[in-house]
Design a protein around this ligand. Structure first.
Ligand SMILES: [Zn+2]
Length: 154
């Protein structure tokens, strides 16, 4: 995403829009863009450098580490901010900066229930297991009581 310096007025410029997926190579890791990246940023030029700040959002398809189901997650960069020295006279490419911030905000252990919108099947299974274990433990405890009785009778 290139910014033309000549188009930036002294008071700065607000930019909003969508940009092609900047992280297509993640597909080999099971992370796939399911839409364009949305951005809302302000840019400006001051004393030979370019600054920009705003927010980014990239919807991606991820695989849940719990139930192995695919789900859609928005990678959000709520505080995108850069300050870079001007290199060329015409344009500055913001894509490498945006790319880096998106990669930094990738969830390390994605779970489909992390945003509370749905219940992970794996979490449900965990709960069922826990109940079974509790019942099993209780049963053992009951036998323990019985054994105690037997011992007392002897
Ligand atoms: Zn899940």
């Amino acid at each position: 995403m290139k910014v033309h310096l000549k188009q930036i007025p002294p008071e700065g410029l607000h930019l909003e829009g969508e940009e092609e997926c900047l992280v297509p190579e993640l597909e080999s890791e099971g992370i796939r863009c399911v839409g364009p990246m949305g951005y809302k940023i302000d840019v400006g030029v001051a004393e030979g450098s370019l600054w920009a700040n705003g927010s980014l959002k990239q919807p991606v398809g991820l695989t849940c580490v719990g139930c192995l189901q695919k789900f859609v997650h928005d990678i959000k960069v709520p505080a995108f901010a850069i300050h870079t020295e001007l290199q060329g006279p015409e344009t500055v490419d913001l894509s490498p900066f945006m790319r880096e911030d998106i990669l930094l905000n990738l969830p390390a252990h994605p779970r489909c229930d992390r945003e509370g919108g749905r219940v992970c099947k794996a979490a449900k299974a965990d709960q069922v297991d826990a109940t079974k274990q509790q019942r099993a433990a209780k049963r053992e405890h009951d036998w323990g009581e019985l054994d105690k009785l037997r011992i007392e009778k002897r």
